[in-house]
Design a protein around this ligand. Sequence first.
Ligand SMILES: *[C@@H]1O[C@H](CO)[C@@H](O)[C@H](O)[C@H]1NC(C)=O
Ligand SMILES: CC(=O)N[C@H]1CO[C@H](CO)[C@@H](O)[C@@H]1O
Length: 301
Amino acid sequence: MHLTTLLLASFPALATAAGTLGFALGAKNPDGTCKATSDYTSDFATLGAHSKLVRIYAASQCDTAAAILPAAKSTGFQVILGIWPDTDDSYEADKAAVVQYAPQYKDQVYAVTVGSETLYRGNFTGETLLEKILDTKTALGGAFKVGTADSWNKYQDGTADPLIKGGADILLCNAFSYWQGQTLANSTASFFDDIMQAFGHIQDVAGSTSTGPELWVGETETRMANRRSNYQSATPGVSNAQTYWQTAICGILDWGVNVFSFEAFDEPWKPVSVGADGSVADETHWGVWNADRSTKFPVSC
Ligand SMILES: *[C@@H]1O[C@H](CO)[C@@H](O)[C@H](O)[C@H]1NC(C)=O
Ligand SMILES: CC(=O)N[C@H]1CO[C@H](CO)[C@@H](O)[C@@H]1O
């Protein structure tokens, strides 16, 4: 409680209203086939009691923009559409899909992100990523918010400063205490500290909170990975996921911070992931819900 009070006092630009909850959503069914509009409609039926906002990562892969936007329209959802800029081909294909579909579903498109952790992977400098963000904004005629999602430390260490100064409308900051090897006991404090450092730096660089980019937590975990997959001191499992949900995710929403949970549903088709220390941990069980959309734990805050 004492730690919470301390952090609260120093958290930058606290809103008075609660934050908004969204979910990262995969584009594939459990068997690895691409989701159709009807699959998204079923996803939204499960998510709808808790959120009306999802983010997807690559608009043309799996024809995601074309498939998801009609489902969003019929269920009153909004979507952050992603462009995957890591290769010129994927950048152009995703940009074309966004330019084609976003104007047809204007009310369903909350924003557009160009890139997911591209600065963290060393793929782009802040300047080159900014060029792509501005190129996408122009291609969309300025009608949509455009920004990116990256790891919190790439905002904190100044790598993303060109985006803050150069006109990104929305910045999503990812922070996984699991991949930082934190114990469950320290995971919420570590998460809040990461986000506070990222948001604080962004607001310092922006100079004024009213003209700076809109800020979100772009991804944080559910700590649900396969029970065998400890990562350093981080222990997964359903009860740990529930604890993290209540303390970290519900906690930061209470402080007025917008947050995307990673992720809505388990994705059993995914290949194994390798953490920064080279050890392998699966990323197939990070869903708040099981792959068949059944419940793992109570999600209400
Ligand atoms: C808890 O997290 C904070 C913030 O990330 C970190 O500085 C500290 O070293 C962590 N404590 C332990 C015991 O790991
Ligand atoms: C545009 C660019 O440099 N893209 C590179 C990003 O990184 C991947 C590998 O992670 C390369 O394959 C791309 O060429």
